[in-house]
Design a protein around this ligand. Structure first.
Ligand code: GRF
Length: 297
């Protein structure tokens, strides 16, 4: 948390400490002064009125105290900018800085993949061809020979190899936080997602499924198993589902579904190809839209 704040403010650790100290001393000072004024100067006793006046006084005194302390600790220029930005936000005006930061801001994503990685490739390539709202910071895989590892190397993206034991204990939350991951995308990842991860990334994990959920979902429904079942049932349509991940396999809220026809003479392989091309068209764009929404929030 401190590291993220330090990076956001764009300061070194010494400055960060001085800024933090300024907040602490300035905050306490405004509290003491407010008490002093209310008790000694206006002689207002402990009542509802006292509390209201106290809160108003602290709000008024806080910027003055913090600015004064910042001069002594050599942090005046930081607080001048900080307070003017805060003031503008309070009256609902966006600063140029805010607008620039919003335009440049990217959501850091981790792609979890254990297969060939064709979706992971498309998700990464999308960021090279578009001014995407996300950046792929980490590839996570549980297979030593997963195709996605080569793709990660091609684009210089670090890979986190995970084991079942740890995934189902601490879910590698520390590693994900170290890379400042904000959003998790499952693209061909077969393990059930543990609650630890879901709780730490609430509504921030999505998955892509090669069928029209809720049909053909659940445990064991992956890859060709899905397409075989669709063909056996003589379905006229299949498709893709992009959905949020919850504690139950393929059960979270649906974000997007796209259909395709099942053709006479289709084999699981030909159907898989059609489905893959739907995934490649829609997945990265959907991730981009969701990332854009996260930035605005
Ligand atoms: C995709 O079909 C996706 O729907 C499913 O796993 C497959 C991954 O394919 N969850 P790839 O590894 O991205 O090529």
């Amino acid at each position: 948390m401190f590291k993220r704040l330090k990076n956001k403010w764009g300061v070194n650790w010494l400055q960060f400490t001085l800024i933090f100290t300024t907040f602490a001393i300035g905050g306490s000072l405004s509290g003491y002064l407010a008490k002093f004024f209310l008790g000694y100067v206006f002689d207002i006793k402990w009542t509802f009125l006292y509390i209201i006046c106290y809160l108003i006084l602290v709000t008024l005194l806080w910027p003055i105290c913090v600015t004064t302390v910042s001069i002594f600790l050599g942090q005046f220029s930081f607080f001048k900018k900080y307070l003017s930005k805060m003031g503008r936000r309070m009256i609902g005006r966006q600063t140029t800085d805010d607008r620039r930061q919003m335009a440049d801001r990217k959501i850091n994503i981790a792609v979890f993949a254990s297969g060939a990685g064709s979706n992971a490739r498309k998700i990464i390539e999308y960021t090279k061809a578009n001014n995407a709202h996300y950046e792929v910071k980490l590839i996570v895989t549980n297979k030593k020979d997963a195709g996605v590892i080569k793709i990660a190397a091609e684009f210089g993206i670090p890979v986190l190899h995970i084991t079942k034991e740890r995934f189902f204990t601490d879910a590698y939350v520390a590693e994900l936080q170290n890379e400042a991951i904000e959003f998790i995308v499952l693209a061909g990842f077969l393990w059930k997602v543990p609650e630890t991860l879901i709780n730490n990334f609430s509504s921030k994990i999505i998955n892509i499924h090669p069928a029209l959920l809720p049909a053909y979902g659940g445990k064991g429904m992956y890859g060709n198993n899905v397409h075989k079942a669709v063909l056996e049932n003589k379905e006229q349509h299949s498709g893709i589902t992009i959905h949020f991940v919850n504690a139950v396999y393929d059960n979270g809220e649906i974000i997007l579904q796209e259909k395709c026809e099942v053709l006479d003479g289709d084999s699981p392989e030909t159907l898989a190809q059609r489905i893959h091309s739907l995934e490649h068209t829609h997945f990265a764009k959907t991730i981009d839209n969701l990332s854009a929404k996260m930035i605005v929030k």
